[in-house]
Design a protein around this ligand. Structure first.
Ligand SMILES: Cc1cc2nc3c(=O)[nH]c(=O)nc-3n(C[C@H](O)[C@H](O)[C@H](O)COP(=O)(O)O)c2cc1C
Length: 346
């Protein structure tokens, strides 16, 4: 499944492990890249020492390409320069656009992928020089910039940006979703929630258990609920005791929400954690994990097993090939056998 996107990034499989702050560390990034897809390492909040250490950890585990994710609404100049010094070949920028940051990355020889939530934003990103557009639909887990679903967004963005590769994000957790995204004109898929249930994701076991038990109706989209540390940033999470208490109370304004100020958990690295805090529950947390912001997309309904990340890559790719074959068989029986080439590596 090679195309313009895979050639640009130097990868085999048109799949990206979505950056997931607090969940995707060097192990997940390297495992996905080693499986032939693109691993992505979020570094938005890392200080220089942490960033360098994590980049070197990735490099120790893989020689393959990977990307670094940065929040473009903050000044990332120093962090990007450090990444370029360390030889990072690609960046993923999200939460706003920064033509200066795009220019900086490109001057350093890196590929730039920009996350957008509308065709208009996609055109702005292309004008700023982005090489790849990530069209993130409303069903995505974590922070969500737009309000259009992946099914409607991807073709709109594909039509708007011409030959620039578009990657579909949000709601894709298996090969059926991958095949559907490619059918919409995307050149690849950007997958987050599915990789939360991987051996390498650095999240709390209680969070994983809740993901595995959740169905497709289990998430909610909130404008600014888990806002301590990051206000006014819409997000999708598993609904839990915190979201339900707030909804039952009539969705009161911030400052009048149930349990505001409660300390619900603590971590060895970050100390006390308040209800409504914006945080990915990590392995070092203790306390009421269920009450915290357990980011997840609607695709959580198809997440049923924890697997090594490389197996997830291969499982999704092989299923997408089978779906494509099934569709091609209906259209052209002569062309079908060439498409049935399963990747059986372990
Ligand atoms: C736990 C979690 C953390 C996330 N953190 C980030 C982040 O730091 N940077 C970013 O660009 N996107 C982040 N996202 C959004 C993902 O990059 C991606 O757009 C989303 O997961 C795709 O939808 P899916 O979850 O349905 O696969 C996060 C998503 C999740 C689930």
């Amino acid at each position: 499944m090679m195309n313009t996107f895979t050639t640009l990034l130097g990868i085999e499989t048109p799949m990206v492990q979505a950056p997931m702050g607090g969940a995707a560390g060097p192990h997940l990034t390297a495992s996905v890249s080693n499986a032939g897809a693109l691993g992505t390492l979020p570094l938005s909040g890392a200080d220089a020492d942490q960033a360098r250490q994590r980049l070197r950890q990735v490099r120790q585990m893989t020689a393959r390409p990977f990307a670094v994710n940065l929040n473009a609404s903050k000044n990332q100049d120093a962090r990007m320069d450090l990444c370029l010094e360390e030889g990072v070949p690609a960046f993923s920028l999200f939460w706003g656009q920064s033509p200066c940051l795009v220019a900086r990355a490109k001057a350093g020889g890196a590929v730039v992928m920009q996350t957008v939530g509308s065709a208009k934003e996609a055109c702005e990103a292309v004008d700023a020089g982005a090489d790849v557009i990530v069209a993130q639909g409303w069903e995505a887990g974590g922070h969500v910039g737009g309000t259009v679903t992946t099914m409607a967004l991807v073709p709109a963005v594909v039509d708007a940006v011409g030959s620039v590769p578009v990657i579909a994000a949000g709601g894709i957790a298996d090969g059926r979703g991958m095949a559907a995204a490619l059918a919409l004109g995307a050149q690849g898929v950007w997958i987050g929630t599915r990789f939360l249930a991987s051996d390498e994701a650095a999240i709390h076991p209680e969070y994983i258990a809740r993901l595995l038990a959740a169905d497709e109706t289990a998430t909610g989209y909130y404008e600014s609920l888990f806002d301590i540390g990051w206000p006014d940033a819409p997000h999708r999470v598993l609904r839990n005791s915190t979201t339900k208490a707030w909804e039952t109370a009539g969705r009161p304004e911030n400052g009048a929400r149930p349990g505001e100020g409660d300390i619900v958990a603590s971590s060895s690295s970050g100390g006390d954690i308040q209800r409504y805090q914006c945080l990915t529950p990590g392995t070092d947390l203790r306390g009421d994990i269920e009450a915290l912001s357990m980011w997840a997309g609607q695709s959580v309904g198809s997440v049923r097993r924890v697997l090594p990340a490389g197996d997830i890559v291969r499982e999704i790719l092989n299923e997408a090939r089978r779906v494509a074959l099934r569709l091609a068989e209906g259209a052209d029986r002569q062309a079908a056998p060439a498409m049935l080439k399963e990747d059986t590596r372990r």
